[in-house]
Design a protein around this ligand. Structure first.
Ligand code: GLN
Length: 199
């Protein structure tokens, strides 16, 4: 089974560890640069993207994360994690940086005040069967994507799931639903990379 880390600086780390284990990965928290070396894939959880950004800099993780993602490490970001994987934030808070890896511009807290949290059925390209129950919590949306980025899902005309190469991101939180199909999609991406590397 692939070893998949969950960036454990802030956010819903435990829920991702549980979902990854259910999707047949060996899941472990990653806090230090040395812990990054041993993983075949990495999840960036939901939480608060400015806090995750600042802690990543403080823990000396930002540059190692950028280097591994640039080198093709499969990554999956949910909500704040989606923001961390964006090449550009439309409305960054001061001092807020991203890892990058997906050619997209994101808008933080985009779904607005009266709708800060809601659930909606989301049809995701590459996920078979019924729509996924999308849990949106002060969620970002993707304002625009570059030519190399695939849009996997939209909600009310706004992009909420994307993939570029080995990087996957959703505005919503499949780790909170008990439906592990999106985590399986990601573990399949990690397995495919491993298979390509050993050719
Ligand atoms: N609004 C948060 C942010 O900007 C994201 C919320 C979440 O991850 N549920 O980072």
């Amino acid at each position: 089974s692939p070893v998949i880390g969950v960036l454990a600086l802030q956010g819903d780390v435990r829920e991702h560890l549980v979902a990854l284990a259910a999707a047949d990965a060996v899941a472990r928290p990653v806090r230090r640069p040395g812990e990054l070396d041993g993983v075949d894939g990495l999840v960036i959880p939901g939480g608060e993207s400015t806090t995750i950004s600042k802690l990543a800099v403080l823990f000396g993780m930002m540059e190692p994360l950028r280097a591994r993602v640039r080198a093709g490490l499969p990554v999956y970001g949910t909500c704040a994690g989606l923001i961390m994987l964006a090449d550009k934030i439309l409305d960054p808070r001061s001092g807020q940086e991203t890892i990058g890896g997906i050619d997209m511009i994101v808008r933080r807290n985009a779904f607005g005040r009266q709708n800060e949290s809601f659930e909606a059925a989301v049809d995701i390209e590459g996920v078979e069967g019924d729509p996924v129950e999308g849990v949106f919590i002060r969620a970002p949306w993707v304002e625009s994507v570059g030519a190399g980025t695939e849009v996997l899902a939209e909600h009310e005309g706004h992009i909420v799931a994307v993939r570029q190469g080995n990087a996957l991101a959703t505005s919503f939180h499949p780790e909170l639903t008990g439906d592990h199909r999106v985590h399986r999609l990601f573990t399949d991406m990690v397995r495919a990379r491993g298979a390509a590397d050993s050719l």
